[in-house]
Structure formats: structure tokens, C-alpha cells
Design a binder for this molecule. Sequence first.
Ligand SMILES: Nc1ncnc2c1ncn2[C@@H]1O[C@H](COP(=O)(O)OP(=O)(O)OP(=O)(O)O)[C@@H](O)[C@H]1O
Length: 298
Amino acid sequence: MTASGSTDAAVRIRGLRKTYGGLAAVDGIDLDIAHGETFALLGPNGAGKSTTIEILEGYRLRTSGEVSVLGVDPAHAGLDWKSRLGIVLQSATESGVYTVREQLAHFARFYPSPRNVDEVIAAVGLEAKAGTRVGKLSGGQRRRVDVALGIIGRPELLFLDEPTTGFDPEARREFWKLIRGLKAEGTTIVLTTHYLDEAAQLGDRAGVILGGRLVDVGKVGELGGADARVPIVRWRDRSGVTREERTEAPAELVASVARELGGEPEGLEVIRPSLEDIYLQLVRAAGAEAHDAEEVLA
Ligand SMILES: Nc1ncnc2c1ncn2[C@@H]1O[C@H](COP(=O)(O)OP(=O)(O)OP(=O)(O)O)[C@@H](O)[C@H]1O
């Protein structure tokens, strides 16, 4: 605890469990997220990401474990605490009768120190739609309104649950710019996404959740361990057969292949596993382990 009584981490989770009947949706998670950090929570459908996030937001009660968000237990938190959070839920805004500007101005009143409505509209790229009713926007535009509502209150901690679903590629890049700006201002961000490039672009650290357990946590550039990141060199040999080798020294291998072939190797590629490749390796490995454990028990 610091002198102010808040814990050092923006989010502190110990032994978190949430069960629905016999199902453990969250099954013993320990995690700290530092102030100012952008943390990406990754995992397949049904892994337990939203349940975890909704417990942190105070929308769901946990079965057991300890949780502290901005120094407060979300299960017993009040409006003051809530006004320090920004929340972009998975489901899109339904309220269609107000214009974009009206809706943001309405929500801005709930916060002690809101951002300027027009600046937020510009930040999410909706200037041309500021006077349009939300119900008349496209799905991707509505999602931008959700993001705008999430940041209007100048949150210390911003939760983004699959924020860019439905965004076109350009809008996604604009959104990344916006998030980097918030990050530069010191906002702590907890993000869930199925877009691994998004997690790689925005996250300082990421965690992979599978079957309610955190199976790996680390810096985005280190997830999965060094082994998972060894580059692959691929080329076609003289008979046209594709060859592939994993090596820590791809330049040396490429040089020796070129020497051996007496020129430029055909179909030459040096592939560095992306976060998506590493994530898929983790998910497959965990699936295989679970399968082996079932066989042992059978
Ligand atoms: N209200 C509920 N009642 C019963 N089971 C639930 C409830 N909410 C979630 N679950 C179950 O808990 C598990 C975790 O769900 P959760 O929504 O947290 O997953 P997720 O990782 O966010 O998935 P997605 O990527 O699809 O959003 C799933 O098996 C889901 O069916």
C-alpha cells in the first residue's frame, strides 16, 4: 500500500474465481496491471476474458479471490470510483434517438472533469456525423460512438472490450492513434481483442487466458518465450522442393544457401513469428496438454 492508501498497481487480482453453476469461467487468476500500462487480454471465445473484465468494472460479482481496481474493491465501489473509469463494453450502443453530439454531451455531465465533446468527436473521426442520430450510423460508426463515450469522462483507467470489431482498416489505424494519445497522457488501458496485430501494436504486456486460467503473461515482444520467436528461413532448392529451417542466425543460413545454390535462392522468405503465430502455438499447446491430461485420467 502507498501512503495514499491505494495499492501500487492500477489493477491487482489474486486467486480470482467465478463459477456459473458447475462451470469455472474464471479459475484462479493472479495479475497486476501497472499505472499507465496498456495490457491486452487475449484468448479464444469463452475463455473468460469478458467475465474477468466485468468483475474489474464492478458489473459482475466474483465467487472468490481478491480484486483491487484503482485501490478499490469493485464489488463495494461507489460512483466516485466509477467516474474514474472508462468502459467500452462488447455490445454496441443502442440508444438511437439522440445525435452523436447530444449523446456525448449528455454523458459528459456525469463526470467531474470531462473532455471537450467536439474534441472527442474529432478524435474518433465522427465530425461529419456529429449531428446525425446514432440509430442512423453504420455498425462501425456506432462502435466509434462507444469508444467516444468510453473516453469522454477523461478516465484514469480505460477498459476496451473488443473495441474495433466492425472497424474498417483505416478506422482501426485511427483508433490505434487515439489510444496511443491516451496512453501518452498516462491512461491505464485494459484491452481485450481477437485482433492480434492490435494487441501487438498497442499492448505493453499481454496475457493469454484459456479455460479461465492465465496460461502466459509477458511483454508483448516476449510472450511464448524465446523459443517461440526463432525465425524461420524458407526457400526452394534446385529441384523446386520447399525447404524450411528454424535458426537464430537467419542471415548466415541465407548466405550459405545462396552460396550452395550459386545465386539468389528462389522463393526466399525469412519469417519472424508474429504475435498471432505465438498465440496460436500457445493455444494449441494448451489444448494438447488438456487432451493428454484427459487421457491420463481416463
Ligand atoms: N451469465 C452467464 N451464465 C452462465 N455462463 C456464463 C455467463 N456468462 C459467461 N458464461 C460462460 O463463461 C465462460 C466465459 O465467458 P466469457 O464471456 O467471459 O468469455 P470471453 O473470453 O469473453 O469470450 P468471447 O471472446 O466470446 O467474448 C463461457 O463458457 C460462457 O459460456
